[in-house]
Design a protein around this ligand. Structure first.
Ligand SMILES: Nc1ncnc2c1ncn2[C@@H]1O[C@H](COP(=O)(O)OP(=O)(O)OP(=O)(O)O)[C@@H](O)[C@H]1O
Length: 329
């Protein structure tokens, strides 16, 4: 998959490093007095998948709305292929497809007629429109449901139809705003299959999510957003390398741990942090070897775990380290 994406960049004539397709510079937007986006900058190279990761309210939808030209920024600019997007720049906007969080489908029309309607809005007609409708339905795995109405679809199937609609005009950049929220695992996998096919074809993707595991699976670059600001902008491997805690120990005790013991636990050598209250604790460790010493320390104080498990650190912990909060509080 990565090889195919590199080739897509090379076809664009850039040799090893693909050229920048999307450039977001110092975006800012406030609603009333509240800053939703506060000086956010990042790039997507051609053929790359950028994961925009942040908790609810971080500003992701506002950023992608500005990129897609459906919201105006207070400051900053968005360039696609070096040219501005936004009001009055229809040619550039045509290079972008947006799959919004809110579904935009007509329940009374068949899946195919929905697509014909969206395609007509992009100026497609006749055989070209029919061909694109067939191609995008096949890509999202809904070819056999073309004549059915979205009213009869599951939430995940509706979302796949929404992705199909955003692809009709063959955008170079596809933006997906939390496309898997509230859908069944089967549709989630179907969406990932579709996105991986698009990656192989060289489409640049911007994927917003508050699920690190999704971003980690799909993205070759991760931009972490909180309070409208970019906190980190790196490859998954580089983000892993930053983690001060490389392992985690989950412990369930017979009863709640006294506050004084919890405080002492957090100070033990090799312990990078303790989360959780009561009997269930998540202890972050500089490396997995410290788990034995921590378990011994607890046992010596009469705190024998009823259950424990160790795990390697997750990329999600990068957010915790940056903000002191989890992605999903
Ligand atoms: N139309 C609006 N009017 C007022 N405030 C808004 C509006 N849209 C967003 N906000 C606020 O701006 C901030 C950023 O919201 P945004 O929807 O961009 O975040 P998000 O990261 O996409 O979150 P979510 O995952 O919940 O959609 C939040 O504080 C939100 O309440």
């Amino acid at each position: 998959m990565r090889v195919a994406r590199q080739e897509a960049g090379q076809e664009a004539g850039q040799g090893g490093a693909a050229e920048v397709l999307l450039e977001v510079r110092n975006l800012a937007k406030a609603y009333g007095g509240r800053r939703a986006v506060d000086g956010a900058s990042f790039q997507a190279r051609r053929g790359q998948t950028v994961g925009l990761l942040g908790p609810n309210g971080a500003g992701k939808s506002t950023i992608v709305g500005i990129i897609a030209g459906i919201l105006d920024a207070d400051a900053g600019e968005v360039l696609v292929d070096g040219r501005p997007t936004g009001t009055g720049h229809h040619d550039t906007r045509r290079r972008i497809g947006l799959v919004p969080q809110e579904l935009a489908l007509y329940d009374d029309l068949s899946a195919l007629d929905n697509l014909k309607l969206f395609g007509a809005l992009y100026g497609l007609k006749g055989a070209a429109l029919a061909g694109r409708c067939g191609a995008v339905l096949a890509l999202v795995g809904l070819a056999d449901r073309a004549r059915d109405k979205p009213a009869t679809f599951s939430g995940g199937m509706k979302r796949r139809l929404n992705i199909a609609a955003a692809l009709l005009h063959e955008p170079a950049l596809l933006i997906l705003d939390e496309p898997t929220v509230g859908i069944d695992p089967q549709s989630r996998n179907a969406i990932f299959d579709t996105l991986e096919a698009l990656q192989r074809a060289g489409t640049t993707l911007v994927y917003t999510s508050h699920y690190m595991e999704e971003v980690e699976r799909l993205a070759d670059h991760i931009v972490i957003i909180d309070n409208g600001r970019v906190l980190a902008d790196d490859s998954p491997a580089a983000l892993y390398a930053r983690l001060p805690a490389r392992a985690a120990l989950h412990v369930e005790l017979a009863g709640p741990l006294a506050a004084a013991l919890a405080a002492a636990l957090a100070q033990l050598p090799g312990v990078a942090g303790v989360q959780g209250t009561g009997a269930a604790l998540d202890i972050r460790l500089q490396d997995g070897a410290h788990a034995i010493a921590v378990l011994d320390w607890l046992r010596e104080r009469g705190q024998v775990p009823v259950h424990f498990a160790t795990a390697r650190a997750r990329l999600e912990d990068v957010f915790l380290d940056l903000t002191g909060r989890t992605l999903r509080d």
